[in-house]
Design a protein around this ligand. Structure first.
Ligand SMILES: Cc1ncc(COP(=O)(O)O)c(C=O)c1O
Length: 372
């Protein structure tokens, strides 16, 4: 357990609660800036923290370009003063009007969104042009995850050219997000990146030869960040998100991310010891994200050897030969396996410095809508 996590007085700390340590967040930010070679090569993803305070920590570190997935996160970033916000999501339906409203409401921020289909691109152009607004568009290239995006090839070049001639749109480059590139070994992740990079760069050259600038390549998340950070390619912007709070999932899998420290810890309590070999904690699926498999969902810190055996809405049940050491009310510190959806389960987080709780931060963009 990291020495910074322990709180000297937990008598008033209700549980379950997520505690964030700004000193460790600042350290993770400093590390990412150092590895990237400066804040200008970063476009961190706000979906991990969803808080104004961490957005401001990043801005204070000189990070001007930001990424997010939702319109609420985009509004949070813009209202915190971010000058450049990419909504890294395809925008459809009434959300088109909301993006245009963001452009109108926050003139100090340049907004862009992803495109990967001609129909949605034309619809976005119509909405923007009708409002007399301009929205940046980033072509989402599918480099292997097959979640969103368009395959690297002629249709991708055509879509970029279409966006360049439609009113209300401003082509701003490509997104190259490799969420499938999760090999434990750094060399394997690097090989994964190298495999799709050459065709992406060829597409960029082809498009630029047609007179269409591709000023930026928005690349990757946390696992492939060390690879993209080391590339000598014009316009690369690295877009990790998880690093800022980090978690047991990435920490346990990727040895080359050792420079990042989990900065969000769950404080939980033993609520029952129902059998001689079981301990039940108040850490249900409404307090810690349940998307990793049960055995990787939670990392209990300073806890004897155990096996997770059940997880309900408000209960986390483990089997341990040392259950007898625990009494209801005992505090246990835990790391989430996946911090981003865990943060989104909490309306606010406690903030701890020097072993004491010093405040609370609202997880403001946990809401789907702020004002726009
Ligand atoms: C498009 C996009 N970019 C960047 C990220 C950040 O990735 P990570 O959570 O690995 O830092 C994500 C994560 O979901 C994403 O979907």
């Amino acid at each position: 357990m990291h020495p910074a996590y322990a709180l000297s007085d937990v008598s008033d700390v209700f549980s379950p609660v997520l505690v964030v340590y700004p000193e460790l967040v600042r350290r993770n930010v400093a590390r990412v800036v150092e590895l990237a070679g400066g804040p200008g090569r970063l476009r961190p993803h706000a979906k991990t923290h969803k808080t104004r305070e961490i957005a401001r920590l990043l801005l204070d570190a000189g990070v001007t370009k930001h990424k997010c997935a939702t319109i609420a996160e985009a509004e949070l970033l813009a209202s915190a003063g971010a000058p450049d916000v990419l909504i890294a999501y395809p925008v459809v339906g009434p959300n088109r009007g909301r993006v245009v409203e963001l452009v109108r409401r926050f003139p100090g921020t340049r907004f862009s969104v992803l495109i990967d289909h001609p129909t949605a691109t034309k619809a976005l152009s119509e909405t923007a042009a009708a409002a007399g607004a301009e929205v940046g568009v980033v072509l989402d290239l599918d480099v292997g995850q097959h979640r969103t995006g368009i395959a690297v090839g002629p249709a991708a070049a055509e879509l970029y050219a279409l966006a360049a001639k439609l009113p209300g749109l401003r082509p701003e480059g490509f997104q190259v997000y490799d969420g499938h590139n999760h090999q434990a070994d750094r060399a394997d992740r690097e090989a994964g990146v190298r495999a799709f990079l050459a065709p992406v760069l060829a597409l960029r050259r082809e498009v630029e030869a047609r007179g269409l600038p591709v000023p930026r390549l928005v690349c990757g998340g946390t696992p492939s960040f060390p690879v993209f950070a080391g590339l000598d390619v014009e316009g690369v912007e690295c877009s990790p998100g998880t690093f800022v709070l980090h978690d047991a999932g990435y920490g346990g899998k990727f040895a080359d991310l050792a420079g990042f420290t989990p900065a969000a810890v769950l404080v939980t309590r033993v609520v029952s010891r129902p059998t001689a070999d079981r301990v039940t904690l108040d850490l249900g699926t409404k307090a810690v994200a349940s998307d990793p498999p049960l055995e990787r969902r939670v990392k209990l810190l300073d806890f004897p050897e155990h096996e997770p055996v059940g997880h309900n809405e408000e209960h986390y049940i483990v089997r341990t030969a040392e259950a007898g050491r625990f009494t209801p009310g005992d505090v246990v510190y835990a790391l989430p396996g996946h911090v981003c959806p865990t943060v989104a389960l909490h309306k606010e987080v406690l903030v701890a410095e020097g072993g004491r709780v010093v405040g609370r931060w609202a997880v403001a963009a946990r809401d789907r809508m702020l004002t726009v």
